[in-house]
Design a protein around this ligand. Structure first.
Ligand SMILES: Cc1cc2nc3c(=O)[nH]c(=O)nc-3n(C[C@H](O)[C@H](O)[C@H](O)COP(=O)(O)OP(=O)(O)OC[C@H]3O[C@@H](n4cnc5c(N)ncnc54)[C@H](O)[C@@H]3O)c2cc1C
Length: 407
């Protein structure tokens, strides 16, 4: 079958938070942009539903915050944890210097649909769903486009810049031969839902017990639950059987014990294989990686979406003008990495620290009683310290602001 072909200034592969945000910003700045997304819709498994205060700030800068907040969501102002019998607040967002002093919990597909609706206002925006990029097109060592499969047949897209926003298993970064540094993670996570009932606690929390970590995110009608297991032990947990798994859930959230039977089979329990990695070089001539394709984040702090969005904003700020003129140079692509590499490294370093000091310790067990580490005990003793984790999680390191124009 002959390939259909398209030509745009920028072809973004992947319609996740990074790709859709960049698509919106570039189209808004008058750059012709095509986003290729391999799925037919955004209605997929849970991939994190957090919209952080700094992302909400960006929505305000774009003049679309109120419209976004009209969509159904929950507002989380504090994050809590329980170490053994010791409950405490970890992060208090109410003092942040941002317009919204909370994390908005919204299904990711609603947020992505919202970004698409806003992007479609601009005539320079195109989105091709069910278009799976498979190959890079290269010319003399420079990436000049991508080949994709679509239900209507093969598609060839020529572009001055291809952006790999295709997530942590990025095909494009692999095809481009960009080398990846693996920082390692001690855990994987089983995700599932339990219904939420009026007498349940309201707060989003993490429960740390000897050998176990259980995360409960308040989603209004239901709890999004994360059962953290030592890396590679999913098969062992499954082998122990569903009844043992339900009993474990009932033990960790006794007030929800009557709902453990809502986990009907292992299909209801999705495994997230945790990865923490980053590409050493984010670009090649004609190609740039952003979001999880450049750096898969640990779930610690739930900051992956925020970093992906921040990457998109920095990319648009730095490249909208070169893209309007033609091909961004290598020096211009390097500037994107230089801008975003530092926040990525700092955030990953903190995540790896928490993985080692808190998560590995809790999962290994071996103690008679689960006690919080000193840094966590200090948060309980001096509540004003809770503003620090709130800042790191809610705003992050080097927050970006929209500098690209609306043309
Ligand atoms: C179970 C789970 C829970 C998580 N919880 C949180 C959380 O609470 N908070 C948080 O901030 N982060 C969370 N994360 C991480 C978060 O989902 C990612 O960090 C974030 O989505 C990264 O955005 P992205 O746009 O870079 O990549 P992704 O969101 O992965 O988007 C990549 C997109 O590219 C598409 N794609 C892939 N390959 C191709 C291809 N070849 N051609 C075309 N399209 C392609 C995919 O379909 C996808 O839509 C979680 C992740 C998982 C898996």
């Amino acid at each position: 079958m002959a390939s259909a072909s398209r030509a745009v200034r920028c072809c973004i592969v992947g319609g996740g938070p990074a790709g859709m945000m960049l698509g919106l910003l570039l189209a808004r700045a008058g750059v012709s942009v095509l986003v290729l997304e391999k799925h037919a819709d955004f209605l997929r498994d849970f991939r994190g539903d957090t919209i952080h205060p700094s992302t909400l700030e960006l929505m305000h800068e774009l003049g679309i915050l109120e419209e976004l907040l009209r969509l159904p969501h929950q507002q989380v102002s504090r994050l809590a944890a329980q170490f053994g019998d010791f409950p405490l607040t970890i992060a208090d967002f109410t003092h942040l210097p941002t317009r919204c002093k909370f994390i908005a919990m919204m299904p990711q597909w609603d947020f992505l649909d919202f970004l698409v609706r806003r992007a479609k206002i601009f005539p320079t925006f195109q989105l091709e769903m069910q278009a799976e990029a498979t190959e890079l097109i290269e010319d003399g060592g420079r990436v000049t486009g991508v080949r994709a499969g679509t239900p209507a047949g093969p598609l060839e897209v020529r572009a001055d810049l291809v952006v790999a926003a295709d997530g942590r298993s990025s095909v494009l970064r692999e095809r481009a031969g960009l080398s990846v540094e693996d920082l390692g993670a001690p855990m994987d996570v089983f995700w599932f839902r339990l219904s939420r009932r009026p007498p349940d606690p309201a707060v989003t929390m993490g429960r740390f017990d000897i050998g176990r970590i259980f995360v409960l995110i308040n989603r209004g009608e239901h709890w999004q639950c994360g059962y953290v297991i030592p890396k590679g032990s999913a098969e062992e947990v499954r082998r122990r059987g569903l009844e043992a798994f339900r009993a474990e859930v009932a033990h960790l959230a006794p007030w929800a014990a009557d709902r453990a039977s809502e986990i009907r089979n292992w299909e209801d329990v999705k495994l997230l294989t945790v990865k923490v990695d980053r590409v050493r070089q984010w670009y090649r001539p004609g190609l740039l990686c952003i979001g999880d394709a450049a750096h898969a984040m640990s779930p610690v702090g739930g900051v992956g979406i925020n970093l992906a969005i921040q990457d998109a904003v920095a990319t648009a700020n730095l490249l909208w003008e070169p893209l309007r003129a033609g091909r961004p140079t290598i020096a211009q692509l390097r500037r994107v990495q230089a801008r975003r590499q530092w926040p990525t490294r700092v955030t990953q370093r903190l995540q790896v620290l928490v993985q080692r000091r808190v998560i590995t310790r809790a999962l290994q067990g071996g103690q008679a009683r689960m006690t919080p580490p000193l840094a966590i005990r200090l948060l309980a003793r001096h509540p004003w310290l809770q503003r620090l984790p709130a800042r790191l999680v809610g705003v992050g390191v080097r927050p970006e602001h929209v500098r690209s124009p609306a043309i």
